[in-house]
Design a protein around this ligand. Structure first.
Ligand code: FAD
Length: 287
């Protein structure tokens, strides 16, 4: 047995699970495919609503806090978990290199991944880290970036791109963006263009640019952009076999659950509770 608890993912949910395991005196393996702590919050231009962190703290600074906590707990092991299965008394995790890790229980804290909108002809999109990938952004700043979506993430990333010098337009279907008013108004003050009630019908690559066919109210227009970023939602990251594991051996936590409620505080609460319950269950079985 490698450990009492295997924690897959070192974002907020995984770090919280590891803190709880350490507090209870259990042994644990904290694994992330990046080899680092932080997860999705590291992408945020400005964060809000994170307990004990000042609003407007950049996501990169929050990720550094999570990394400091991971270092205090013994660090993050770099591995990608490909599949999970249950055997008597333990869970077996297989890495993409075919190695096996065994633990009494597992916390799956793999987060979520951006969804791609079903727009015919859409070329490869800007990928995370959206605001940090220097070559992509340097290319894009000369041109205009279209952000498809009207959520908090869409406006957060539009502001991040704007702060790097890109001309940015947010294209959202609804009459008013889904993001809180203060956020989209801050984006407008930063110089982000908001095209509400706009549906992206199709896309066509024209040299290094993308021609988007847009339906705005009852008219159809074409606009050229240098890059497109999709922020139309996030889908949970699944690991083969994870749904078949029993509740006394496994918990899925944080953004990996697939709820609409995706926040650091929720992820951390989830991770803490999962580790608490799994480890308490193991202790009661031993008695
Ligand atoms: C742009 C943006 C802005 C945001 N702003 C805010 C905000 O202001 N306030 C707020 O509260 N929330 C914000 N959020 C939401 C917040 O970041 C997430 O809710 C939170 O990070 C979820 O934590 P998590 O641990 O569940 O998943 P994640 O943070 O996504 O972490 C998952 C980790 O699992 C790893 N992983 C995935 N699959 C595997 C595998 N198979 N093997 C090994 N490792 C794996 C990944 O590398 C990743 O590090 C924002 C999100 C985004 C994208």
């Amino acid at each position: 047995m490698n450990a009492d608890l295997l924690i897959i993912g070192a974002g907020p949910a995984g770090i919280a699970a590891a803190s709880e395991a350490a507090r209870s005196g259990a042994s644990f393996n904290l694994i992330d495919e990046t080899g680092r702590a932080g997860g999705a919050i590291g992408l945020a231009y400005e964060t809000r609503g994170i307990p004990f962190v000042a609003d407007r703290t950049p996501g990169a600074a929050v990720a550094r806090l999570l990394q400091a906590e991971a270092d205090r707990l013994g660090g993050v092991e770099r591995a990608t978990i490909h599949s999970l299965s249950e055997q008597p008394g333990c869970v077996v995790a297989r890495t993409d290199r075919g190695e096996e890790l065994r633990a009494r229980a597992v916390v799956v804290a793999t987060g979520a991944t951006p969804m791609i909108p079903p727009v015919p002809g859409l070329p490869p999109l800007l990928q995370p880290p959206w605001a940090g990938s220097a070559s992509d952004i340097e290319d894009a700043v000369a041109l205009q970036v279209a952000v498809i979506g009207g959520s908090d993430v869409a406006f957060d990333q539009a502001r991040a791109l704007r702060s790097r010098g890109a001309a940015v337009a947010v294209l959202c279907r609804s009459r008013a963006p889904r993001a809180p008013r203060w956020l989209w108004q801050a984006a407008v003050r930063d110089g982000v263009e908001v095209l509400a009630h706009t549906v992206v019908v199709s896309a066509d690559a024209v040299g290094r640019e993308v021609d988007l066919e847009l339906r705005m109210a009852s008219t159809t227009v074409h606009r050229r952009f240098g890059r497109v970023l999709a922020a139309v939602g996030r889908a949970p990251r699944r690991i083969e076999g994870m749904e078949e594991l029993s509740m006394d051996r496994a918990r899925i936590v944080g953004d990996a659950v697939g709820r609409a409620a995706r926040h650091v505080a929720i992820a951390m609460g989830d991770g803490t509770l999962a580790a608490f319950e799994l480890l308490r269950g193991a202790r009661e079985t031993e008695r």
